[in-house]
Design a protein around this ligand. Structure first.
Ligand SMILES: [Zn+2]
Length: 55
């Protein structure tokens, strides 16, 4: 898998969680992740499973 090309595409059409750096198609999902990351300083698998990187 070519991560560089993948990430370039991801930047354009996704929302990034500034805390953990994962990308989400839904802005609300990115916000959820950001909120969780800030509070728990760790990832919620239920949320990060939705990340573009984990699809
Ligand atoms: Zn996050």
């Amino acid at each position: 898998m070519d991560h560089k090309n993948h990430n370039e595409k991801v930047e354009e059409e996704s929302h990034k969680c500034p805390e953990c750096g994962l990308h989400y198609k839904e802005k609300t999902q990115a916000k959820k992740c950001e909120t969780w990351c800030k509070e728990h300083h760790g990832c919620n698998l239920e949320i990060t499973n939705q990340a573009i990187e984990n699809k």
